[in-house]
Design a protein around this ligand. Sequence first.
Ligand SMILES: Nc1ncnc2c1ncn2[C@@H]1O[C@H](COP(=O)(O)OP(=O)(O)O)[C@@H](O)[C@H]1O
Ligand SMILES: [Mg+2]
Length: 426
Amino acid sequence: MKILIVGSGGREHALAWKLQQSPRTEKLYCAPGNGGTAGLAENVPIAVDDIPALVAFAKEQHIGLVVVGPELPLTLGLVDAMTAAGIPAFGPTGEAARLEGSKAFSKDFMARHGIPTAKYGIFNGVEPAKAFVRTFEGPWVVKADGLAAGKGVLICETQQEADAAIDHILAENAFGAAGAALVIEEYLEGEELSLMAFSDGKTVVPMMTAQDHKRIFDGDLGPNTGGMGAYAPAPVGTDELVAEVQRMVLQPVVKAMAAEGREFKGVLYAGLMITAKGPMVLEFNARFGDPETEVVLPMLKTDLVSTMMACIDGTLDQLPLEWHEGHCVTVVLAAHGYPGTVRKGDAIRGLDQAPGDVIVFHCGTTRKETESGALFQTNGGRVLSVTALGETLTLALQKAYAGVKVISFDGMQYRSDIAHRALNRS
Ligand SMILES: Nc1ncnc2c1ncn2[C@@H]1O[C@H](COP(=O)(O)OP(=O)(O)O)[C@@H](O)[C@H]1O
Ligand SMILES: [Mg+2]
């Protein structure tokens, strides 16, 4: 069948890479795609939020499966629009995607259904929000309600910082409509874990666990980013812990979403804090994580087209999800200025010298054809996601960093301590 992938990041390149391996895949399109997806798919210049144009394209090309990468088109109802046009689309409806699209909705939903999460309050006025801060000990976590591209969460050590965060979001409108309301919650101590799961609306099947690295610098220092690297599996996510999250979080969420008339199909991503009292939900995402996808999909043995179709058809209970043995690591190479103002257009060198067992997923690149071959340039904050599999975590890391070594561009930044938490356990 013909498949349309919507999005343009490392996640979408990894999706294209995995979908390409399916015998059911005839042709891949990626809208708008990047310099990496150009090698596997036909890039189509349609923006991820142009719902009518995406539906028109899918109809015209007789697309048999639409795979939606990012959250924005999900919350805008792209899956609803495709479904209405008779085109199978993988992902939640706009109503179901509110689990990610509104942190206030998500927290109230968890409270209604007894899902473990930090205690919180929701506010749209400055004074009540500041008064709430004074009702418990810090640190305080202040979160813009809506989608804020990973920049809407402020961790505040002092009351003054919390007050400033509240002013920033509510009074100064730092996040526009996404900050019309905010959530204030208690700070949870522990190790973070990403657990993604496939859902067909009734059955929910966890994927392999992964751990992301949010801060820009080694040692988890510096500002937050979209993610500087990941590895799978994450040892903090033991089989017992995953079973507990399945029982306490994933199953009740899918059941309650259906009961509330917002059946959740697609990828349910639980961002967890593993605290001394057990796993607590930090947030839900309604799609594959980035860069977690770049380490989880290479570990997946099962055909991804069949898995996605089973989610759409409601037959996930009949599909065994199988995983490769071993470990996967990805190291993100970021552009000059990231996570602040990013420079674009730097030439990327050495891509063709990457060892054969390294998979270079492109996150923000462009590809130009020249007489001497394809020329790649930086085109975003996160540029490349250099990925390798290994029998052991150490081997996977060695291979991934061997790949990093041969690639370069001006202003390139990366972390040299990916998977440090896992390594420091043993
Ligand atoms: N209650 C909390 N306690 C401690 N850290 C938190 C809490 N909520 C969020 N964080 C930190 O902030 C990051 C971003 O928060 P999250 O809710 O995942 O929002 P988003 O991914 O939409 O920015 C988390 O990955 C975590 O590191
Ligand atoms: Mg998050």
